[in-house]
Design a protein around this ligand. Structure first.
Ligand SMILES: Nc1ncnc2c1ncn2[C@@H]1O[C@H](COP(=O)(O)OP(=O)(O)OP(=O)(O)O)[C@@H](O)[C@H]1O
Ligand SMILES: [Mg+2]
Length: 242
């Protein structure tokens, strides 16, 4: 049975879509069957991320409103995608749960890319776990804490992913350290991804590569059940391309 994970943050722009897409590629590279559900109708960009705009005809709303079958709505690209609607902003909780339950037998991993904001209950109700993507700044940490509290009402398995980590900014005191984040939000860390142009490049090429690609592969491995050590923050100091 496939596991369903919601990528969320509360704050906008923390890297939910990038992390969700790259980790999906990492899981596919491990031979896993992966479905990404675009639950961000505002941006509605997962088909673009995977270069599959031409196939983006139906969305999960079309499935819920019975305008197409489950299989008709799936876009086949590097990973499979269920697109977001252009004319609907809410995420119907019962409908989304039906969708994830339907696809659990077909996929090993179903990753949901949430919209920014705190209206996440419907997605949490359709999932098994959440990955809260945090930028190392106090605003992101504070809202992430609130997201974790909302997730906790429904989910037991909540993990943090610190993205855009800039070791120099931490040593200069302009970014929050991993220790402080762990002290403020008491959930396990599943990865620390540095601030680097490599993220944009990997998204553009739809290919994991370089040191940042290795970090993403490790996170994908952890999601897939592999037990590995987190990359020590000292090692992330070598990412100098801000
Ligand atoms: N680790 C990183 N290093 C450098 N740039 C990054 C990193 N992660 C994401 N970005 C960039 O930050 C921007 C926002 O990323 P993304 O769209 O993934 O965030 P998001 O949380 O999904 O945003 P939204 O809340 O609007 O949905 C993009 O331009 C992306 O390329
Ligand atoms: Mg996004």
């Amino acid at each position: 049975m496939g596991q369903v994970i919601v990528f969320c943050s509360g704050k906008g722009g923390t890297g939910k879509t990038s992390m969700c897409a790259l980790i999906a590629m990492g899981l596919a590279q491990r031979g896993k069957r992966v479905l990404v559900i675009d639950a961000c109708p505002g941006m509605r960009c997962m088909d673009i991320v995977f270069g599959a705009e031409a196939q983006a005809i139906y969305s999960w709303a079309d499935v819920m409103e019975e305008r197409c079958s489950y299989s008709d709505a799936v876009i086949h690209a590097k990973v499979d995608i269920l697109g977001a609607p252009w004319n609907r902003n809410d995420t119907d909780g019962a409908g989304m749960k039906d969708i994830t339950n339907h696809f659990r037998s077909e996929y090993d991993h179903i990753l949901i890319d949430a919209a920014p904001g705190l209206e996440l209950s419907a997605l949490f109700g359709a999932a098994d776990s959440a990955i809260v993507v945090i930028e190392p700044d106090m605003m992101s940490v504070r809202i992430a804490d609130k997201v974790c509290a909302t997730a906790r009402r429904t989910l037991r398995d909540i993990n943090l992913l610190v993205n855009r980590y800039d070791h120099r900014a931490v040593t200069e005191g302009s970014a929050v350290s991993i220790d402080v984040i762990e002290e403020l939000i008491a959930y396990p860390l599943t990865g620390i991804v540095p601030q680097t142009r490599q993220i944009k490049n990997m998204i553009r090429l739809r290919q994991l590569s370089g040191k940042a690609g290795d970090i993403i592969k490790l996170i994908a491995g952890r999601i897939d059940g592999e037990v590995t050590q987190l990359t020590p923050v000292g090692k992330l100091a070598s990412f100098k391309d801000r």
